[in-house]
Ligand binder design. Structure first.
Ligand code: HPA
Length: 276
């Protein structure tokens, strides 16, 4: 049984630990997926806090997900940026996977901007495409809100009819146009991983309406919506999904492909955040 009181106190303890280091109040919380690893270069950094310095904070075991919070400004907008995140497949409790999202809200963030690397399913998508996330499918992962509801965070049965904020999504579309960044749109499905999907699973997901698949993001989004944060997101299509090309998938290839679009991805995220 999830101990909600313990979950709540852990979040508060993390917030308190960070508050001992900085009083920076972010407006936008950014979760950086593969391909945005160098995003910190775009930020006028005021303070950094390593996850390992925050008592109880989950620290990632995945190569390429080095972990720390970066506080600073994108244009004049105060942001907190997660360089590195933990995934459910690493073995963490789902409440730990979403703890950083709750901590960022606790520090003042009102908007959550999620990014990830994802496999593309939709015909016409190519590796290197960027996809605005317009909706998601969460049913293959454990819902992070399972357990007694934490009323201090939000309501028992949060509405999910407008998960990805229309106004923020319009800003992203407009900004992509202005900067000549081609932007696809679609529905993201989170699976647990860590194995990549089989071709049969990819066909199933496509039948269900999935355009891109990955191993993160949706649980953070649900948690953010529970707390009333506005959410927007972009996937970097790092590969076509299993079975769509003759070669097998590897984490290294996914990482390399995501890194290749990195500069365009960074430009788009920066120009969007400045308008939030
Ligand atoms: N499947 C799941 N997760 C992923 C993929 C994929 O093809 N690419 C990047 N993350």
């Amino acid at each position: 049984m999830v101990d909600s009181k313990q979950v709540y106190e852990k979040v508060q303890n993390c917030v308190d630990a960070i508050r001992k280091v900085t009083d920076f109040e972010p407006k936008v919380a950014l979760i950086l997926g593969s391909g945005l690893g160098n995003y910190a270069d775009q930020i006028d950094i005021k303070c950094e806090v390593s996850y390992s310095d925050i008592p109880g904070f989950p620290v990632s075991t995945v190569p390429g997900h080095a972990g720390r919070f970066i506080f600073g400004y994108v244009g004049s907008v105060p942001v907190v940026c997660m360089k590195g995140r933990v995934h459910f497949y690493e073995g963490y409790d789902i409440t730990d996977v979403v703890l950083p999202t709750r901590v960022m809200k606790g520090l003042g963030a009102q908007i959550l901007f999620v990014t990830n690397a994802a496999g593309g399913l939709k015909y016409g998508f190519e590796a290197g495409d960027l996809m605005l996330i317009t909706d998601h499918i969460s049913v293959f992962v454990r819902n992070p809100l399972i357990g007694p509801n934490i009323d201090d965070f939000g309501t028992r049965f949060p509405d999910m009819s407008n998960v990805y904020d229309k106004e923020l999504s319009d800003i992203i579309r407009q900004t992509a146009l202005e900067n000549n960044v081609p932007l696809k749109e679609g529905i993201y499905t989170q699976l647990t991983g860590p194995s990549f999907e089989s071709p049969a699973e990819i066909r199933m997901l496509r039948t269900l309406g999935t355009d891109a698949v990955g191993m993160s993001t949706v649980v953070e989004t649900i948690t953010a919506r529970h707390m009333g944060m506005r959410v927007c997101g972009i996937s970097c299509i790092s590969n076509l999904a299993a079975g769509m090309l003759p070669e097998p998938l590897s984490h290294e290839d996914v990482q390399k492909a995501a890194d290749k679009v990195g500069p365009m991805f960074e430009k788009l995220v920066t120009e969007c955040v400045k308008k939030f």
